[in-house]
Design a protein around this ligand. Sequence first.
Ligand code: NAI
Ligand code: MG
Length: 398
Amino acid sequence: MGKRTIVAMPGDGIGKAVLDETIRVLDAAGFEAEYLEGDIGWEFWRKEGNPLPQRTLDLLEEHKIGLFGAITSKPKDEAFEELAPELKEKGLVYSSPIVGLRQHFGLDICARPCKTYKGNPLNFIRRGAGSDIEEPEVDVVIYRQNTEGLYGGVEWSNPPDQVYDALMTHPKFKKNFGSTPKEEISISTRIFTKKATERILRAAFEHAKKYGYKSVTVCEKPNVIRETSGMMYKMAQQMQKADYPGIELWNTNIDAQMMWLTKNPENYGVIVAGNMFGDIVSDGFAGLIGGLGFACSAQMNPDKGIAVFEPTHGSAPKYADYPVSIVNPIAMVESACMMLDYIDENAIAAKIRKAVAEVVEEGKVRTYDMMKMTGRADVVEKGAASTIQMADAIIAKL
Ligand code: NAI
Ligand code: MG
């Protein structure tokens, strides 16, 4: 394989620190790539009135693969306040560049693996049958539909007449909400399409097949949310029967799943869900394997071959200006490993994961989160590894 071109989008806050260190790890592991910097985030909102400039979209369109750090988002009014003075009259409205990226490229498949590292002091533990302590090994991948559902943005407060009238044709709306004044009603829709549902289910089953997971769990709420969750589960049943008879199909409700994930997380393999429930359940599982310093993700559109890999954490602004960066780069490094798998550089991905596993298990080098410290500028003086020192330790193992 020749040299790859990767669009590197550091974004804001700690995004730059974790991305820089991750590229150092990739270099050390022998991944040959050129990194083109993609502008994204708050700085570009302030200076240009657009946190996701067209030139960044063009770069991704051309080179297909992106590594992304994190961005800062702020509420509407604050966003306006921070705009450059000459842009204030232009009627610009801030919207999240991450959501923008997903929508622009149709990155509808989101994968979030949550796998226990042996020896991670942040691993979930539970009481066993006696008074013994058990540390179940979690190896779950959540497939989250990334563009529709409750995050689809089809919402109204005080809905227009056409919408209100249409809703009034539904007997349940009429009975339960028909006497409430229109001005007192807010509506957020949950729209699932067959096409996107089929794609996320297919991606989940394919992952289970490729990596030998024994089950796929649809985590929704079909007994109550009958149309959307119901459609997803029914389609999963048909797909499993037709194409994946060797993989078990399980069905859990999101609420019960949040309880079970601390009782028997080791029982689950691949989990698939709509946008919001996928967001919830993936944060739940991430908490069992170390939380934000360890939670990685991929957002993909397999048809276009475009994919963006990123840690699930944000820009942690309060740590951004520390003279020495203290945050854990492992979530970003793991996200880069997902990228390597995606472009069939599996051997390099495996090498990096092994190095990370060795560092974590050895326990000599730990960032502040792994030492259960409160994040402050002086944690490094107190024995925590800096972002750079963690990357150095991983590189040493390579
Ligand atoms: P956050 O994820 O930035 O930080 C929450 C807390 O988690 C931090 O204060 C820190 O204690 C910890 N943390 C985060 N990353 C860590 C790491 N790598 N190592 C160790 N500890 C880590 O979320 P928050 O504070 O809710 O949001 C901050 C900004 O980030 C906001 O502007 C928000 O909109 C944005 N955000 C961006 C995301 C993205 O770019 N994908 C996702 C989530 C939030
Ligand atoms: Mg989330």
